[in-house]
Design a protein around this ligand. Structure first.
Ligand SMILES: [Zn+2]
Length: 352
């Protein structure tokens, strides 16, 4: 089980007296865009924004303010009620999440903050309706508040239906308005990681005529500076999916070799990324490699996996192809091979 552990938890702490740094401001900006571009009622956006700032009056937060004595969740009576628990992790909510396969898979993860969870949902937004998710979170929170004052609530298994119907009504009223989202639904170029994360892009290539395959990886910081690049030629495995999984594992090990322990791992192999996110090690061909990846990921302080369009993964792709010639293993520290450097520069020219 991978624990999503984004390092900048200051942001989620309402007790923090520190001013946000530039990196935190980047993250706040990104959260702000993702929430204010939602097509949901304003009160829902507001509630999600407060959840992302750990500013909802959960029992954990109320006890910090010495308003209540017990932090035990009234629904499950087994865990502390913080924001992630109240809106997502409580066992009493399983009936809400099990209706959506992509969402159910996320239940295997432990999210420390609502922001961690929200960012994961954004990564998966082509597989789920982020507006519906926001509406469901709002209904869960409203239901919890109604129950606390002793009023009747809707059944848990009615939440999804109700959220869908609220969303439909909202869209009907707002269908005439045209919204141009500030954030594209799918990222189609390389985007630098948010400090203090480093991003490692990986890709695999096959050379069936010579019975070989290539693994390529590039590690960059939040300014697009190259920490290291590598390419390795290996014996041709049984399928391209296996090569992609091996490239992912190699990229993680490469980051470890360079003593980088806060990484965002990105590749264009959707099936592999999905298997990692779901912790699914059952595949007969590459399941064991996924299992290795999950195990290596535990050595990192932060390790997030995401899928990127091929264009956003061009450098890693060219590195994998490059392995066809030269030594079996080629590594460049704080640089990239001359023929690939222009592509790295092109990536870094785009604003974050
Ligand atoms: Zn609970």
């Amino acid at each position: 089980m991978v624990v999503s552990q984004l390092a900048y938890k200051l942001l989620a702490s309402s007790n923090s007296k520190l001013l946000p740094s530039c990196s935190n401001l980047d993250r706040i900006h990104s959260m702000w865009n993702s929430i204010w571009n939602l097509e949901v009622p304003h009160k829902v956006k507001h509630m999600i924004w407060r959840a992302s700032h750990n500013a909802l009056p959960t029992l954990c937060n109320l006890r910090r303010q010495k308003v209540v004595g017990s932090v035990l969740c009234a629904s499950c009576n087994s865990e502390c009620e913080d924001v992630v628990h109240a809106l997502w992790g409580c066992a009493s909510l399983i009936l809400v999440w099990e209706r959506n396969e992509a969402v159910t898979k996320l239940l295997r993860y432990k999210f420390l903050t609502f922001t961690d969870l929200w960012e994961m949902l954004l990564v998966m937004r082509d597989r789920l309706d982020i507006n519906l998710m926001a509406m469901i979170f709002w209904l869960i929170w409203s239901r919890r508040n109604t129950a606390r004052v002793g009023e009747g609530t809707i059944e848990v298994n009615q939440i999804q239906k109700k959220a869908e119907s609220f969303l439909q009504d909202f869209k009907k009223f707002h269908s005439s308005k045209v919204h141009r989202p500030l954030i594209p639904a799918r990222v189609v170029r390389w985007i630098p990681p948010i400090f203090p994360l480093y991003k490692v892009n990986f890709d695999g290539a096959t050379f069936s005529t010579i019975g070989a395959a290539g693994l390529g990886a590039i590690l960059r910081d939040h300014s697009g500076n190259v920490i290291g690049t590598m390419t390795e030629r290996i014996q041709l495995p049984s399928s391209l999916a296996v090569v992609e999984a091996m490239a992912c594992r190699r990229a993680l090990l490469f980051a470890k070799e360079l003593s980088i322990f806060e990484v965002s791992v990105e590749g264009d192999a959707e099936v592999i990324i999905m298997a990692i996110l779901a912790g699914d090690t059952a595949n007969l061909e590459y399941g064991h490699v996924i299992s290795d990846i999950l195990s290596v990921a535990k050595d990192f302080r932060s390790c997030i996996f995401s899928h990127v369009n091929r264009i956003g993964n061009t450098v890693a792709h060219c590195l994998a192809k490059k392995s066809v010639s030269g030594n079996e293993l080629q590594v460049w520290i704080e640089s990239s091979p001359d023929d690939i450097a222009p592509l790295v520069t092109r990536d870094s020219l785009y604003p974050a």
